[in-house]
Design a protein around this ligand. Structure first.
Ligand code: PLP
Length: 421
């Protein structure tokens, strides 16, 4: 059975009493520790660590990382605005997006960095800022992700410019006198360390080709084990051969290339627990009889199990001590059959009962590993459930509210009544 990460039953109960459930609980110590580990990534000629903010964009989290010297990777113009609003300096924000924002010119003039992610984006940038400096996100032809859906490299991925289109990139750059100062690749979330290393080598080949490049950004995608049985990537292990490759390039060409990495998952995944309350315990009968725990949370707080069959640790904290253990399917509160927290691994179509402590209605149920792509990627407001509150627990185990629970009125405040004439 899985165990609690940074919470204790006492702290979980006191946070519930103070803030209610469902509640995202972030741990300051864990956030800082992961950031320190990322900042120690092996490098030869300088390192910038960017937090891929789409993983957990709460301003309080951005500020914790900003104060530690991390920069930001933004995936949309709106994320850029959000980071600016949180107080991140513009020149610490890099934009790599599928959609080029309508207000791009205004955003770029604030001083942000930009990676063109398609030939069309590069042409548009060239027209707006002839002679300008930018990066190029390439699809190196190879990808790897924890699941097929989180693989963002290779011929079946739309992310970045296909590596064989480098000549077209050069043509557009020449036409608009652009300076390509960065090569960027990001091949997937939860990627295989061996593939990550291979792609680093392929990315360095692109650096050789584009002689004005001074920085190589290798993206994020470091695998993080959420379940006790899953392994996490060791950054020193993946980083050391990459460092050696940078040194080799410098020996051969005299070019000392700066390294950027931009982890999302690695920095936040295990730094947050989703605290929920068992609303009901039900059972079915017959040959395939099953026990269920129904939570007051679900796809409105954590979509990864439904979307990717992602496995998240689940811990029942019984109000009364007991040694009872039972197999349960854990389900969310939405009237939606896909709202499940115990999918079979690698198959969102199937369910797999989990051995958990015997649960009663009212017991706390903690879902661990809820820091990355949970609060930020939820089926928000489905069934009109309000967005959950978020707290940050400091070194003294004090919980600070960093996002209020949404009020019902906020769910429909933008609706405009239609008056029949
Ligand atoms: C999402 C994303 C990341 C972060 O990926 P993780 O798997 O969460 O580390 C980094 N770079 C880019 C461009 C991304 O889109």
């Amino acid at each position: 059975m899985e165990t609690l990460r940074f919470l204790t039953p006492e702290l979980a109960r006191s946070l519930r009493d103070d803030f209610g459930t469902p509640l995202y609980v972030y741990d300051l110590g864990s956030l800082r520790q992961q950031a320190e580990t990322a900042l120690a990534f092996p490098n030869a000629y300088g390192l910038t660590v960017r937090f891929a903010m789409k993983a957990a964009p709460n301003a309080a989290i951005l500020q914790v990382f900003n104060r530690m010297g991390l920069h930001i990777d933004a995936s949309s113009g709106f994320e850029v605005r959000r980071a600016l609003a949180a107080g991140v300096p513009a020149d610490h924000i890099s934009l790599s997006s599928q959609e080029m924002p309508d207000d791009f010119a205004e955003l770029f003039e604030t001083g942000i960095r930009f990676n063109a992610c398609s030939l069309n984006q590069l042409t548009r940038f060239g027209r707006l800022f002839p002679g300008g400096r930018c990066g190029i996100r390439f699809n190196p032809g190879l990808g790897s992700g924890g699941t097929g859906k989180t693989n963002v490299g290779g011929p079946h991925s739309s992310f970045g410019i296909w590596h064989e289109w480098a000549p077209q990139v050069e043509e557009i750059a020449v036409e608009h006198e652009l300076v390509i100062e960065r090569i960027h690749t990001h091949i997937g979330s939860g990627s295989d360390p061996a593939v990550w290393e291979k792609v680093s080598g392929m990315s360095l080949d692109l650096v050789r080709r584009f002689t004005s490049v001074t920085t190589l950004n290798l993206g994020g995608g470091f695998k993080v084990g959420r379940m006790a049985s899953e392994v996490s990537t060791d950054l020193q292990t993946v980083g050391l051969p990459v460092k050696a490759a940078f040194e080799k390039l410098a020996e051969e060409t005299g070019r000392e290339i700066r390294l950027e990495i931009e982890p999302g998952t690695f920095l936040v995944a295990n730094a947050c627990s989703l605290l929920s309350t068992a609303q009901d315990i039900v059972a079915t009968g017959g040959e395939q009889a099953m026990n269920f725990i129904k939570l007051d949370a679900g796809m409105t707080e954590i979509l990864r199990p439904s979307l990717y069959a992602a496995q998240q640790p689940i811990i029942v904290i019984p109000e009364e001590d007991s040694n009872e253990e039972k197999d349960y399917l854990v389900v969310g509160h939405c009237c939606e059959s896909g709202d499940i927290l115990t999918p079979a691994p690698d198959d969102p179509e199937k369910l797999l009962p989990r051995p958990l402590a015997g649960a009663k209605p009212g017991d706390l149920v903690v879902i661990e590993g809820a820091g990355a792509y949970c609060s930020s990627m939820s089926a928000k407001n489905y069934n009109s459930f309000p967005e959950a509150a978020e707290v940050l627990v400091d070194e003294k185990q004090v919980g600070h509210l960093i996002r209020q629970r949404q009020a019902l009125e906020q769910i429909f405040q933008n609706e405009v009544p239609y008056k029949e004439s």
